[in-house]
Structures are given as C-alpha cells and as structure tokens.
Design a protein around this ligand. Structure first.
Ligand code: ADP
Ligand code: MG
Length: 701
C-alpha cells in the first residue's frame, strides 16, 4: 500500500510555509503529498507559445504574454483599493489588475523587469487587461521552453494572491515528483485487468496526467485514471450488493401459489407487457433466494407498475406473508386502494386502507386484524409505519414514488419484523442508465421500458403567450366534449411572492374565460391548508370541476383519466424531468391528449432545447438522458447528495462506455472472488479498505 511518503503534510514541500499550507488545506482540500498528487490539472498550456498583445481580441480566452512591467500603482482606498500595472511587449500594452493581496503583490513585483504573465483576458474601454494574472519573473530564456505542456490547476483568488496560482501549483507538483520513486505509488488495479485493457500503471498515469510529453500520453493517463475511478466506485457497489445477497436474511417466497396463479389466469384485466413479465420474474427469482430483496423498479408514468405490485403482493400471500403498499399522499393511497380492491374483488382477499384520517373503531379494527394476521394487504400513507402498526408477518413492502419517503422513514419498516421484509421501491422518474448504475448500483434494479399497447401518444405543442386566447378556446372545446384540463403555473419556491401573484393573476384570467356556473375551477397550491388542498383535488378527481389550476404540487401520481389537456404556463421555467412528470398527468384515458407548453417569445438557448425535446418525444428515458446532458448529474433529482457521483475526472455523459466496462468488470471480479482474497485482488482490497467510499445513501435499508 502507499508508502508513508504520500501521507506527508504539504508543509514538507519547499516553499510551502505554514501559511500556504493552511490555505491549500482550506481552499483546495490538499493536506498531504497524496492529495497533491491527485489534484489534477484542468488544462495544459503550451509553454512555447506566446501571445502578442496586439493580437488579443475580446474573444481571446486565455493568453500568455511576455513583456516589461512598466509600472505598478496602488489606486483607490479601502474597499476600492486595487493595484494596477502595465505590461508592454513590442506590439502594445496590457493592463494588469489586482483587487486582493495588493500589499503582498506589490512587494513581489519590480518595475522595469520582464515578466511572463498568464490569465483570462478581458477588455475594458478597448484596452486588454488581465485581472489577477499569474505572473513570474522572466529570468532566463529557458523559462519559456523548459516544459512543452505545462499543467494549469484550478485555484482561488486567495491562493493566487499568495503566489499559488494555477501554474505555481504545478511547481509544487513537479517538486513532489522529483521526490517520488515509482514504488511510492502503489498499483491498485489487478494485474490481469491492466493487461487486458492495456492501461498505464498508476505511477506513470499520475505522472503523465500532470506532466505529459504529448497529448497522446495525456489521453492515456486520463483514461487509466478515469477507469480507476469508475471501477472503484462500481467495486464498492458490487461488494455491498454481494454482501447483502450472501449475508442478509430474507423471507423466502419459494412457491408460486394459488392466489398468484388464479389472479394471473382468471383476473388479469389485460395481458402483461413483456417488460412487466420480465420484471415479475426478476422479483420472483430474487425473493426466492433467502436474502432480503432491495429492488428499485423504474417505469415511466403509465407503464403499469401497479399490476406488478399486485402480483408481487399475491406472491407474498401465497407464501404465508402479509404485504403492504405505501404511497406518499392520501389521495394516491386512496387511488391505489380503489384500484386494487377492484382488481381483487373476486378473490376474497382482505385489503384495507390506513391513512392519517382512518380513525376510531375502523382504525382499531385494522390494527387488530393486522396483528392477528387476518388482514393480508394493507395500503396506506406513512401512517402504516407508525409505531402502533404491528404486522403479524410482513413479507414485502412496496413503496410507490420513492423520493417522497425519507430513508429514516423507510428504515422504520424493517424494524417491524425479525427478518426484514423485502422492499420494492417503484419510481416513475426515469433515470438515465448510467446514473442509475452509479447512484443506485448497490441496489437490484428492474425497469419497465415498454408501454402497454394501444396508448395514444400525447400530442405536445409549443405556443407563444400571445396565442393564449386560442389555447383557451381549445380547452373550451375539450371541456365541451366532456374532458377536463390542467393549467400549471411555476411556483418553484412556495414562498416566492412574485410567482404566487402570477398564479393568482392566471387564475383570475382563466376564470374570465370560464365563468361559473357554466364552468367550475379547482385551484391547488402550496400555501393552502392541507384539507383545502385535498378538497380541491378531490373535486377535480371526481369530475366536479372542469379545470385544475395548480402549481407543481399536482406533479406526483394523481390519476384523472378524463383529463385530456395539460397547459404549462411559463414552460421555460421548468426542468425537463418536471415537464415530463407534469405531462404524465394526461394521456391516461382512452382519449387523445394534449400538452401545450406556453412560453414568452424570448427564450434562452437551453430553454429552447428543452421545449424542443418535449415536443419531439414522449419517452421518459430519452428525456432523462437529454436532461443529464444539459444539466449534468449533480442536478438530477434525488442524486444531488449522492457521493457516488463525485468523480474527479469521469463524466457520466461522455464516459458512458467506460462506465459500462467498469461495471461489467467489477461485477466479474466480485462474482469470482467476493471476498477479494486471491493474490491478484489483494491490492484492490487494500485500496478499497483504505479509502472507504461515500455512504451509499441510496440503499433502501
Ligand atoms: P404507473 O406505472 O404510472 O403506476 P399504472 O400502473 O397506474 O401505471 O398503469 C397505468 C394504466 O395502464 C392503468 O390504467 C393500467 O390499468 C393500465 N395498464 C397497465 N398495464 C397494462 C397492460 N399490460 N396492458 C394494458 N393496460 C395496462
Ligand atoms: Mg403509479
């Protein structure tokens, strides 16, 4: 394993006093030699290339200029105090400005001497300037030629003003490498893997990512280190999963019994899609093995997850266990209850609904039946995980719309049984495959990637606000046919006064088009008391109102098959995932449905692209991929806190293939040698133990 030289504090480097060391720690998280080694440059500059000042243009990004520092001068006072200098080469002058570290910089520079200057060029009154340049004395001509590709590191204003700019950090790295032997940096990938993938060894890769002799060398180094990153993350995931498979105890569903078979043969309202069949098979295999299932089931809105939940619950019943289905809201659990009761009505299976509003005698009865084991299927909100709710033998918990439940809430469920029940989390938020592999890689994962047949795809159009009255006429026509419509306003922050006024204004406007008593409108937003919200939703669900004006609180799960129009106001303000979720509220019935995206005329490039994607496709997975591309993984819902995504080099969009490879190889290694005891895997084990990964927050239990 890494010899101790890498754990030396950075203070041990020449030129790094306690002050600089403190800054390196605070600003960049560099504590040790090892940290510095893994602080990679974000680019390299060609040291042999100098820019002439006269050729700098407003669109020049970075420039390297050599010249004489004609003067430096402190101007302004207090907050406005800054240092201004002028550098001249044979073609012109460049202004240099410092706002921070003025005293320190002043002391280190000398008028009349030649300097090499590097930084981002800006123009002010037609004059090129560099703010907080990196600057070094041009002593000998060699300064310019000693490296071909010089690394540049990201740094902070504070560090720059203390002489630790993006290039100076490279000097420290160079010094560090001069102290290192190859054996100081231990290899961590198994030899056969290195060989098979023709990857550079770790020391060489690290050296060449900092100081490449050519761009090819650099690319090879990056590839090796990216692979390492992805592979190690996948190893952690696979090890966790394998451990769970081998050591967690789970109830065994080893027979497919009468209930499952009867329902399957006689009461299925429609033939299952192949995707549904495959998923059920995956779950059956998983629950028969004797370890606890922790499975994420992904399926776009309307892909038919409910019937899968029902079949899986019947499987539990067939094996003598109880089952529970949990939904995030009262309305959703009521809907599930109604659906499931109807599906099972000819089968004489006790099903009950338990929510916050189940009170008194009914509640008592449910709790009693549950404890005695007569009640087989319980559906409800998080009321089902309250302390007082005791199952006799809970075999499986199905959780719908997972992101609404906190991890802690979920954890309470398994405390209800000596052997934890199986857990199936169903989510309708499509996650790109690469993201799922990294963020949920330690879970088992099933996906319904096929829609039931015969759906009419939702027609999505983009309209500018000027045509609002036409849109209203369209809604009127649909209502005339007996349909209902949603109009959604952005209310990103429930506390945002402006957004709120916008909603109220919109509501009044719509009322103008749709006056009572000919039309009825529901309105739902986050500032309403819960009971008012529920009531308004209910009226719309029951068809008592024609239009639902709402903020995004409507987003999750509500099912009104009769609604055929979804109008999204200020659609440019919504993210792709959200637009897709909102659109999923229509297209649930037999009628052709429409989604109308209203925007102003002026649209940013990215907003235009998002709207374009929505108009072009109904496929949630395609949309999720595009979302990932546009926003990057850190911004995708539910994964923000995931430490699993903190890659230094790899990117989920551009390194998709490498990720797949890493995933497959990690799975292979773990399959063959789950304890990592073979000689070739020892270094891997050592490395993984030494660097514990981030807590896998996404684990369900
Ligand atoms: P979601 O995955 O969004 O929870 P649901 O389970 O609510 O989807 O299913 C959406 C609709 O599709 C329901 O009306 C359901 O009855 C219907 N459905 C589900 N599976 C099929 C299928 N295989 N064939 C036809 N209709 C189906
Ligand atoms: Mg659903």
């Amino acid at each position: 394993m890494p010899s101790h030289i890498l754990s030396n504090p950075v203070d041990y480097l020449k030129g790094v006093g306690p002050q600089k060391a403190e800054l390196l720690k605070k600003e960049l998280g560099i504590f040790t030699f090892g940290d510095l080694l893994e602080y990679y440059p974000f680019r390299h500059i060609d040291r042999t290339k100098l820019n002439m000042i006269s050729e700098l243009r407003p669109d020049t990004e970075f420039a390297q200029v050599a010249g004489v520092l004609e003067y430096i001068q402190v101007i302004g006072q207090k907050q406005g105090k800054r240092l201004v200098g002028q550098l001249r080469d044979k073609t012109g002058t460049l202004e240099l400005t410092w706002f921070q570290g003025v005293n320190w910089v002043t002391k280190t520079l000398e008028e009349g001497k030649s300097y090499l200057v590097y930084g981002r060029v800006t123009f002010y009154n037609g004059q090129p300037q560099i703010v907080h340049p990196e600057i070094e004395l041009l002593t000998t001509p060699q300064t310019l030629t000693k490296d071909f590709l010089e690394p540049v590191y990201s740094t902070t204003e504070k560090l720059k003003s203390r002489g630790l700019g993006g290039r100076q950090i490279g000097k420290l790295t160079r010094q560090l490498f001069s102290m290192l032997k190859k054996t100081d940096v231990a290899e961590n990938l198994p030899e056969p893997l290195l060989h098979r993938l023709k990857l550079a060894d770790r020391f060489t890769a690290l050296q060449q990512i900092h100081f490449p002799q050519s761009t090819t060398q650099y690319d090879e180094a990056v590839k090796r280190l990216k692979f390492e990153e992805l592979f190690m993350a996948q190893m952690r995931m696979n090890l966790l999963r394998s451990e769970r498979h081998r050591f967690s105890k789970g109830v065994v569903f080893d027979k497919v019994g009468e209930l499952f078979n009867t329902f399957y043969k006689d009461h299925l309202p429609f033939p299952l899609t192949n995707a549904q069949k495959r998923v059920i098979k995956e779950i059956r295999t998983d629950t028969a093995r004797g370890h606890q299932m922790n499975r994420l089931l992904q399926g776009d809105v309307g892909s038919g997850k409910t019937i899968v939940a029902v079949l899986v619950m019947l499987l539990a019943l067939d094996n003598g266990f109880q089952a529970c289905l949990m939904a995030p809201t009262e309305i959703l659990s009521q809907q599930h209850f109604a659906t499931i009761e109807t599906l099972l009505k000819e089968m004489d299976i006790p099903v009950r609904l338990l929510t916050g509003s189940t009170k008194g005698a009914e509640r008592k009865k449910i709790l009693k039946e549950l404890e005695e084991g007569h009640l087989k299927i319980l559906i409800g909100t998080h009321a089902v995980i309250e302390e007082v709710v005791q199952f006799r033998n809970l075999g499986i918990v199905v959780i719908d719309e997972q992101h609404r439940f906190g991890v802690a809430q979920r954890a309470r469920l398994w405390q209800k049984a000596a052997i934890p029940p199986h857990v199936l989390v169903m989510t309708a938020t499509p996650i790109p495959r690469t993201l799922a592999m990294t963020a949920y890689g330690d879970l088992d994962y099933s996906v319904i990637d096929e829609m039931p047949p015969g759906r009419k795809p939702i027609t999505t159009v983009h309209r500018y606000e000027q045509y609002r009255s036409k849109v209203m006429e369209f809604i009127k026509a649909e209502i005339g046919k007996g349909r209902q419509a949603y109009v959604i306003f952005p209310l990103i922050e429930e506390s945002d006064k402006l957004d709120y006024e916008n909603l109220m204004h919109g509501y009044e406007n719509i009322k103008g088009y749709f006056p009572e008593p000919q039309y009825w409108i529901s309105m739902v937003h986050g500032r309403q008391p819960a009971d008012q919200k529920e009531l308004n939703m209910k009226r719309f669900v029951q068809g008592d109102t024609n239009i639902m004006v709402s903020t995004t609180v409507i987003e999750v799960g509500v099912n009104v098959p009769n609604a055929s129009v979804m109008v999204i106001e200020n659609a440019e303000k919504f993210g792709l995932a959200q637009l897709h979720q909102l659109r999923g509220r229509v297209g649930r019935g037999a009628e052709q449905s429409y989604c109308i995206l209203l925007t102003g005329v002026k649209l940013g490039k990215e907003a235009r692209e998002r709207i374009g994607v929505m108009v072009a496709t109904n496929n949630g997975f395609e949309i999720a991929e595009k979302d990932l591309e546009l926003r990057g993984p850190g911004e995708i819902d539910g994964t923000r806190q995931s430490g699993a995504l903190n890659f230094k080099l790899a990117g989920l969009v551009q390194d998709r293939q490498l990720l797949e490879l890493a995933r497959n190889l990690a799975a292979e290694v773990v399959e063959k040698d789950p304890e990592l005891v073979s000689a070739e895997n020892l270094r891997l084990k050592g490395f993984l133990q030494l660097r514990k990964g981030p807590v896998a927050w996404s684990r369900i239990s």
